[in-house]
Design a protein around this ligand. Sequence first.
Ligand SMILES: [Zn+2]
Length: 90
Amino acid sequence: MLFAIFIILIPITVWLILHLMSRRKSSVETTEPEDLLEICAVCQNEFLMSKLLEKEIGGYGRVYCFCGQCLENLYHEYQNKNKTDTEMGE
Ligand SMILES: [Zn+2]
């Protein structure tokens, strides 16, 4: 009888320990990226991960981060370039 209880209790305790460990690990993973600082690939300033846009560039799976200000600048630069190109073409 004692042996039967022992057999049942061991998997339950192991499962409980694993469950607690995985829960602690996942909670760390969810809170970490918010506080993580990353450098913008264009202006080289540090920003919070939540404020940056991550993009995989090229075929090597390299990920670059871009801040909102740089993306806006690039957008305007592209718009101006397109405008001058079409003006020159006409
Ligand atoms: Zn930037």
